[in-house]
Structure formats: structure tokens, C-alpha cells
Design a binder for this molecule. Structure first.
Ligand code: G4P
Length: 539
């Protein structure tokens, strides 16, 4: 029999072991670079190919329509594909799906807040594209490690050295090739593994749902000499010789976000995927500590804690279903446990938590730091809310992206005012937009502030469909807003009458809306005692 202390130690050990197995990450890419295909192939290698259908369905929906409908439809199937969990070689992989639509939205940003690392997929013929750059910027702000997969080597590709150079200059991260492509397009023969100095030969016939063993050989294999022209062979040998002069892989630098390991492959033909995945589980970080107002929260803290990073409401219109997605930051979660909702102080019994590892959601009995669970009844939650099993505390707020588009929204049917307010509150809780109100205005018609312009359509369509409220919007010329604090007399001196719109957020904090960055910097220079912040938070 174990005594009390031994039992606690054994529990701590098993918690630490569970956490160390977890790899929670998101894939970022520009549309069409191959995110869906790589996701499917990771599922294939993780023996979870039955999940691939929802990933592809989601992509197809998004492609079928180019307007807000795409986002709408995505919501219908995203409940299962928001997080895909599968085991791989003794690890538990949590793959977070970032929304795939073109319009950059805060949703993507928040998903990255729940990830411990990111995989960046580049199209070998296109290099770093716009959307990748924006998403990468978010990863850099968070300081999470980024792994790079250069895809579509079976098609004509840019020069590998050029691609590495582009990653370095555009993204400002040292790109360290872990393998080196041998040829490309029609003459793609495989990759040279820098560490083992072995060559993995490419088999053009391998596709889709089968895993065939890779042929491993050495550089002097006659198949390589036969497959390349003399000049390409010479180039290859020179480049491989030069690899020693390129930066060496340094795990510490990868984990600090200063280096990105680069893998070449072809997701469609399954090539290079396993090499990548094997390295990824080895080098990607297990869940780490999170900051909170009670200090650093290590994942191995025995008490459960987590934060809401995403809310999806009304996914099933008949049930007004709303799910709050919680990233577990510490400890072990058990079904039916009591936890405190830190913002309200309410004690909640978490009796129907969902986990997403099958074709549908399933009720989960236990989960660990690094995992994602979905809590129904999400209306009670807001983005960033902390849920804690022990003493209540708050994690650092999830930063918001500064809005760039503004519109006044009118409810065209006064008898629906209640539904209008309720719908707006829900959509704000989900983080679809921020709401501002003009100070001293005769009417309190809300001003919607959004990051991507498509959000206006989404908000209007959802108000109509889910709350039966017809609206009309009037676009405003402003391009930025700032939370302003400082001496009241100086605030009064700002020329509120001209263009600069005086508004407040839902909590009554002063927000100024500006027409241009030029205008903002002019007032910043003129009123040095005032602070103009992109977020309402005090940092
Ligand atoms: P996304 O999620 O990043 O938007 O990209 P997705 O995986 O959907 O891939 C975009 C297109 O590129 C797809 O072709 C896909 O088959 C192709 N693709 C992905 N990886 C590779 C690769 O390694 N090699 C080659 N040659 N093609 C690749 P599609 O015709 O647009 O779609 P589909 O009809 O094949 O699904």
C-alpha cells in the first residue's frame, strides 16, 4: 500500500508524463499551399484517417463560396475539426485548425494563442505569401517555435537556397534545412537527410491513403546519378557540401523562435511527411507555463486551469448550441469536477465537456494540460475567461487586433430592439467584432469595429438568421481607434468635433476613432501626456 505522500508523488509523476506526451500546434499557410493536404497526411500517419473527411469537407465548403457564406458554412462543420487529437508514437498530438478563409480575422489569432508551436506550410513554387506573413507575425509576437514544411516539391520549385533566403529575410528567422531536396518537379528524386546523411527516395506512385515504406539509401546510389543531369548532380553535391557552412540546428534557438527547422516534401504524395512528423514530436515543445495575475502557471500544477480561446454559438440553430473552447493550461481535468469561473466567481460543475477526437464530439472523462475541451452553454463565457479548479486567477488577457474598419449599425425594426441588443452582445462575446458607442450622440446606434471587412457581412447575416433582426449599415471613414487615457483637461482639448470621433466601449472606456495614422501621430505629438493604446488593457 502506498502512503499518502507516495500516492501524491505517483500522481504528480503520472501528470508530468501525460503532459510531456502532448504536442499542441496549429498549421499556418496561405490558401492553397497545402494545409488541408498536410493535415490529412498527418492524420494518415497518426492512424486517424477517419478524421480527414471533416478537414476536407471544411476546405471544400470554404472554396465553394467566396463570400461570408464560406465562413458561415465552415462553422457548421468546424465543431469536429477545430481540434483534431490523435496519438503518434507514444505522443498525443492536438492539431488546432485555424480558420481557412482569406479574410484575416481575430479568430485565427486566438487559435494561435492556444497553440504551443506552429507549422508553416509554404508552396515550393511560391515561397512566403501574404497570408503566411501575417500569421507568422502572430507566432513571432507569441514567441512560439515555428517549423517550416516546404511543400509540392513534386512540382517545379524555386531554388531551395532562394527559398531559405526568403524565409530568413521576409520572416527574420534563421532557416535551418533539416533535409535537402534532390531535384524538383519531374526530376524530384527525394531528400537528403542532413543529420543521418541518408537519402530518402521519392516514389511518384505513392498517393493518398496508403503508407508505403520509404526507400533509404546513400548519395552514391546509381538511381540518383541516373535521375539527374550532370550539371544538376554537380549542383546538388556542391549544395550538400555547403550545408555544413549553413547554420546548424540548435534546439534552444528553435524553442525561442529564432530558428525555424525546414523540411522539404510533397504532402500529396506522402513524401517527407513522416520524416517531418518524427522530428516534430521530438523537437516541438510540450505544453509550457502560462502567465497569470497569480504568477506563472506551470502545466504540472496539480490544479486544473484553462482559458477560453474561442466561442461558437448557434451552430445548430434548433438548439441554440454554444460551445466555449478551453485550452487546458495546467493539471488534470476530470468530468464532473467543480471549477471556478474567475471573471464572475461562479462555481461551475463541468459535467458535459466535449473532446474532439472522433467523427463527432464525444463526452470526455479526463484531459490534461495541452488538451482542448469544449464546454457547452458557452453563453456564460467570454473570450479570455479563466476556469480554475483551485484558487481563482486570470491569465493574461488575449490581445485584440486593432480594428481597421468601422460602420454604424441601424436596427430597421424597432420592435426587434431586444433581439438586436441580445444578438450584438452574443456576437461581441464570440469576438466577432467590438462595439463602440458615440458619446453625446442623440441615438445610441452601435458602431461596429472589425479587423477584416468581411466581418460586417457575417454580423449582419447572423443577426438576421439567428435573431430575426434586419439591419442597415453605414460605413464610416475611420481607419483606426485608440483607447485614450490621461489628464481630463487635455482630453477635452482634442478636436473632437472634426473627424475625430469620441466613443466609448461596452465598459465605458474612452475610445477615439481616427481617420489615418498620420492624424493619430499628429495628436500623439501634440498631446504627449495622453496615451493612445490599441487595447483597453493596462499594458
Ligand atoms: P490549403 O488547405 O492550404 O488551401 O491547400 P490544399 O491542401 O487544399 O491544397 C491545394 C491544392 O494543392 C490541392 O489541389 C492539392 O491537391 C494540391 N497539393 C497539395 N499538396 C501538394 C503536393 O505536395 N504536390 C502537388 N502536386 N499538389 C499538392 P486542387 O486540385 O486544388 O484540389 P484537389 O481537387 O486535389 O483537392
Amino acid at each position: 500500500m502506498l502512503n499518502q505522500e507516495e500516492r501524491i508523488n505517483a500522481l504528480d509523476m503520472s501528470l508530468a508524463v501525460e503532459i510531456s506526451k502532448r504536442r499542441t500546434f496549429a498549421i499556418i499557410s496561405h490558401p492553397d499551399a497545402g494545409k488541408t493536404t498536410l493535415t490529412e497526411k498527418l492524420l494518415l500517419y497518426g492512424n486517424a484517417i477517419h478524421l480527414a473527411g471533416s478537414v476536407r469537407a471544411r476546405r471544400d465548403q470554404r472554396r465553394a463560396t467566396s463570400d461570408w457564406m464560406a465562413i458561415e458554412r465552415e462553422r457548421g462543420i468546424s465543431i469536429t475539426s477545430t481540434v483534431l487529437q490523435f496519438p503518434y508514437k507514444g505522443h498525443i498530438i492536438n492539431l488546432l485548425d485555424t480558420p481557412g478563409h482569406q479574410d484575416f480575422s481575430e479568430d485565427t489569432y486566438r487559435t494561435l494563442m492556444a497553440a504551443d508551436s506552429a507549422v508553416m506550410v509554404l508552396d515550393a513554387a511560391k515561397g512566403v505569401e501574404t497570408q503566411t506573413r501575417k500569421l507568422f507575425e502572430v507566432c513571432r509576437q507569441r514567441g512560439i517555435p515555428v517549423f517550416t514544411f516546404i511543400n509540392k516539391m513534386d512540382r517545379p520549385a524555386e531554388d531551395p537556397l532562394g527559398l531559405l533566403d526568403e524565409v530568413e529575410t521576409v520572416l527574420g528567422m534563421q532557416a535551418v534545412p533539416m533535409n535537402w531536396p534532390i531535384g524538383d518537379g519531374e526530376s524530384f528524386l527525394g531528400v537528403y537527410n542532413r543529420l543521418t546523411q541518408e537519402v530518402h527516395l521519392f516514389d511518384r506512385t505513392t498517393r493518398n491513403q496508403t503508407i508505403s515504406p520509404e526507400t533509404i539509401t546513400t548519395l552514391d546510389d546509381p538511381r540518383i546519378r541516373r535521375g539527374l543531369s550532370d550539371s544538376r548532380l554537380e549542383d546538388l553535391l556542391t549544395n550538400i557540401g555547403l550545408l555544413n557552412e549553413l547554420a546548424a540546428f540548435d534546439l534552444a534557438q528553435v524553442q525561442q523562435g529564432q530558428q525555424t527547422p525546414v523540411y522539404f516534401g510533397s504532402a500529396l504524395t506522402n513524401f517527407g511527411v513522416q520524416l517531418f512528423l518524427d522530428d516534430f514530436i521530438r523537437y516541438a515543445p510540450a505544453p509550457g507555463a502560462h502567465h497569470s495575475d497569480a504568477g506563472s502557471v506551470p502545466p504540472t500544477l496539480p490544479e486544473f486551469s484553462g482559458f477560453v480561446f474561442k466561442i461558437q454559438a448557434n451552430m445548430n440553430p434548433r438548439h441554440r448550441d454554444s460551445v466555449a473552447f478551453v485550452r487546458i493550461c495546467s493539471g488534470r481535468f476530470e468530468r464532473n469536477m467543480l471549477a471556478t469561473h474567475a471573471r464572475t466567481g461562479k462555481l461551475l460543475r463541468l459535467s458535459r465537456p466535449y473532446k474532439f477526437f472522433a467523427d463527432d464530439r464525444e463526452v470526455v472523462d479526463e484531459a490534461y494540460a495541452g488538451d482542448i475541451i469544449g464546454l457547452p452553454g458557452g453563453q456564460a463565457f467570454a473570450i479570455g475567461d479563466a476556469i480554475t479548479g483551485g484558487a481563482a486567477f486570470n491569465f493574461d488577457p488575449i490581445p485584440t487586433f486593432p480594428a481597421e474598419h468601422f460602420a454604424r449599425l441601424y436596427n430597421v425594426d424597432v420592435s426587434k430592439q431586444k433581439q438586436f441588443i441580445k444578438g450584438l452582445e452574443q456576437l461581441q462575446t464570440e469576438g466577432a467584432m467590438q462595439i463602440l458607442y458615440e458619446v453625446d450622440a442623440m441615438r445610441r446606434d452601435p458602431i461596429l469595429a472589425v479587423v477584416g471587412i468581411l466581418q460586417f457581412d457575417v454580423v449582419e447575416a447572423r443577426l438576421q438568421e439567428e435573431y430575426g433582426v434586419a439591419t442597415r449599415r453605414q460605413m464610416l471613414p475611420h481607419t483606426m481607434c485608440r483607447w485614450i487615457t490621461g489628464p481630463p483637461e487635455q482630453i477635452e482639448q482634442l478636436p473632437w468635433r472634426y473627424g475625430l470621433l469620441r466613443t466609448q466601449d461596452a465598459a465605458g472606456r474612452l475610445v477615439g476613432m481616427f481617420n489615418s495614422a498620420h492624424e493619430l501621430s499628429y495628436y500623439q505629438g501634440k498631446f504627449p501626456q495622453l496615451t493612445f493604446k490599441t487595447t483597453p488593457y493596462p499594458y
